[in-house]
Design a protein around this ligand. Sequence first.
Ligand code: PLP
Length: 384
Amino acid sequence: MHEHTHLEPGSGYFLYHSIGLFPDKARLTADALAGFAQIWGTADDQAWPASLRLKERFIERWRHCIDAPPGTMTTADNVTTALYSLVGSLPDATLKGRRLRIAADCFPSLHFLLAGMAQRRGFILETVPLRPGEAWVRDEDFMARWTPEVAVALLTHVTSTASHRSRLEALIAHGHAVGSLVGVDITQSVGIIPFSAQRTDADFVVASTLKWLCGVAGAGVLHVKQRLLKECRPELRGWFSQEDIFSWNLERFRYAPDARRFDHGTPSIVACVASLPALDWHASQDPAALLAHNRELGESLVAMAQALKLELISPRNADERGGSIMLRLPDRVPAQTLLEALRANGSYADVRGQALRLSPGNLTTAEGIARLETALFDALRGHR
Ligand SMILES: Cc1ncc(COP(=O)(O)O)c(C=O)c1O
């Protein structure tokens, strides 16, 4: 890294699908954590009130970011646990003998979770396949044979393998017409592609703060629509699931009326605190400008792919895409060696198999793309 100190910081950073960056992230995160350390290291009785206020501020930022009504959001360690809390809260009458529908290009962790839960909760996990040779599950395939047998459908707003963006409104409307609950994983879209929980009418939403929102690991969230919330009885529960957490009468456990019912034991707040500077920064930005910058650089990456004769995995049409551009590397090119070559000129990307994932964000620049192109050109030529 040190040999690239002359470069604009982040100009060749293409990892927003993995970890987002914003100006001065390291210092602002350190300041937030120093403040948190002060709270926990001070000999008074204010540690919990101060910490819970910070957690609330995190939730409020999120609520505004995705247009979710008050009382409908809480935190989770990650997306997988958020989904576990939600599915684990649904009554047997909803799940037993019925189907949970998901696409084959969902985030694998969520499929692993649901496959494990299916047997015990007595539902059938129905995975809509990719068509041979295609990189994402088509919306029309997800909708085909989506019948009232489907108790719950989990949509991925933007996929992590192709950056394919689903038409949520149409899918959710279809799901509701047949009586399904419809949840959306917005992890790969939130912060770059506009999303409104109210406008889309999603029954629940799972996400994390790590990617385009530029936070840190461990700051997951769950949003549950009010009408569904009331019926949820989370299996993972504890004293923090109650309205009054100090109600300790063993016979009198009662779920909080709002999304706090998805809380359980003493909350882990540090990731929320460390992500607050990112959420504050994001809230101060013009979402249209963030997207326009991403789109402009995305088109440059598509042009670069054409020039280098690399196959585009992501949809060609920007309206069908999230913020990333995935490109297929020829089989003859060792992907890890290629990443090393990119790293050596200050370009940071990653691969899944032979798919090169490139996600330009607010710090990435046109100069960074020019540098990436040079490094890719040289690396590909070296493996002819
Ligand atoms: C679409 C999507 N969902 C979920 C996740 C992360 O899930 P978890 O927080 O459980 O690791 C990712 C991470 O890459 C993702 O791309």
